[in-house]
Design a protein around this ligand. Structure first.
Ligand code: URA
Length: 241
């Protein structure tokens, strides 16, 4: 890996802003290979050198991944002139890291949303080519039935003629169902259920691949994803494993 400035490396980790880091470094809180470094411009190689802040090891990660339980009423975008975006929900140090949402949840949809700075990863999650399953809980007007499930499985045609890939529809209770899709067309789940005469009243994304929201997850909660979580996203299993 190319050498990089110490303050830039620490800023990329989300430790603090570049300005704050200059002071943090100048007062001697950062060591490289056991030696205190007080120059923010010092070049370091985070892959081969060991860095500490206040004695704690700093692990270099090329990319960052976070799971946000998106609340209702927030737009899935990196900026918006009028409305609050998912990035506005992050603590200040994470807002500087160039994170963006992987795919989109409507303003009126809550649930699992991944934020990352890794474009290739995002593409693999979103593209239907990779068949990554996204599962939603939906509360609808009316009751879904076996015919609806068959229509979903066959590949539904929406009211505007758009053809959807085969999807799964499971009834789980009165007016409640689970929908599993491998693509993310505009308002897709809402439009699929509307096409069957079952308008959606509530929609929440529960899982991507085998990565699922905790049962007691609170909208607005955020956690960093580790390697295991990322691998889970490319496994099937509806979050049950
Ligand atoms: N399908 C929808 O209709 N809305 C979402 O937010 C996600 C999937």
């Amino acid at each position: 890996m190319a050498l990089m400035r110490l303050d830039k490396f620490l800023a990329d980790l989300g430790v603090a802003s570049r300005k704050e880091l200059r002071d943090i470094i100048r007062v001697g809180r950062v060591s490289v290979d056991g030696t205190v470094i007080k120059k923010p411009e010092q070049k370091v190689d985070p892959e081969t050198q060991s860095l500490t802040l206040d004695g704690e090891s700093l692990t270099y990660r090329r990319h960052h991944y976070y799971l946000l339980d998106k609340p209702l009423g927030i737009v899935t975008a990196t900026e918006d002139r009028e409305q609050k975006t998912v990035l506005d929900l992050l603590p200040p140090q994470l807002r500087r890291m160039g994170l963006f949402p992987v795919g989109r949840l409507d303003k009126d949809t809550s649930g699992l949303l991944v934020l990352t700075d890794d474009g290739d990863f995002a593409h693999r999650v979103i593209s239907p080519k990779f068949c990554v399953e996204k599962r939603y809980y939906a509360r609808v007007d009316g009751e879904v039935d076996a015919e609806d499930a068959e229509a979903f499985a066959a590949g539904l045609t929406l009211r505007d003629g758009t053809v959807c890939l085969p999807a799964r529809l499971e009834k789980i209770g009165p007016g409640e169902c689970l929908v599993t899709v491998t693509e993310g067309k505009y308002h897709q789940v809402r439009r699929m259920l509307a096409a069957r005469g079952k308008p959606v009243q509530e929609l929440r994304r529960l899982s991507i691949g085998a990565l699922c929201l905790d049962e007691n997850s609170e909208p607005g909660s955020l956690r960093e994803l580790g390697e295991d979580d990322l691998c889970k996203m490319f496994r099937t299993g509806n979050g049950e494993n």
